[in-house]
Design a binder for this molecule. Structure first.
Ligand code: ADP
Length: 171
């Protein structure tokens, strides 16, 4: 698997699937979630409401992942995951590992060959960017070892220079 980090806006990236750092409601929020909904258009919120009605009536659990189409995005798919919220006492790194590995499971089920991730939980959810970066890189590498050639390319797309630096260090 080809694994890279770049500074940029994940809504503009041409990959098969981008991952959204959503919240359990799936009904939109700030940060990268707000940017993805704005760029994908209103059909994304309608698809998320449909998932809430059918698949995840109580909301998406922390560490789990589900997919919708990308609608107006360059990416064909959005994989929504819910990171652990440090301000709510969700400090177990396994929850963050699960965000990355479950998202890749969903990507593989979709036959997505290229996936872009943001720094899940490194914004409003309050995790240290270096902890997120180390956890993300280790999780993706071990998923790739367990699922060889299932996904060709993972790009970490980081909005902030400091978070990008953290991912460069982790790689
Ligand atoms: P969380 O609630 O999981 O912490 P946030 O959206 O608050 O999620 O932040 C996660 C990371 O996403 C932060 O580092 C933030 O700077 C970054 N981010 C915000 N907008 C974008 C974007 N358009 N593309 C990529 N990353 C983004």
């Amino acid at each position: 698997m080809h694994l890279t980090a770049e500074q940029g806006d994940i809504t503009t990236v041409h990959v098969d699937a981008i991952v959204n750092a959503a919240n359990s409601s799936l009904l939109g929020g700030g940060g990268v979630d707000g940017a993805i909904h704005a760029a994908a258009g209103p059909r994304l919120l309608a698809a998320c409401r449909e998932l809430r009605r059918t698949t995840v009536p109580d909301g998406l659990a922390v560490g789990d992942a589900v997919a919708t189409p990308g609608f107006d995005l360059p990416a064909a798919w959005v994989i929504h995951t819910v990171g652990p919220n440090r301000h709510r006492g969700e400090t177990d790194p396994d929850l963050l590992v699960s965000c990355f590995t479950r998202s890749l499971d969903v990507a593989a089920d979709l036959r997505a060959r290229s996936v872009a991730f943001p720094a899940v939980s490194a914004g409003v959810y309050g995790w240290d960017p270096d902890d997120v970066a180390r956890t993300a890189v280790a999780a993706v590498r071990s998923w790739d070892d367990a699922n060889p050639a299932a996904v060709d390319e993972v790009r970490f797309v980081l909005f902030d220079a400091a978070v990008h630096d953290a991912f460069e260090r982790a790689l």
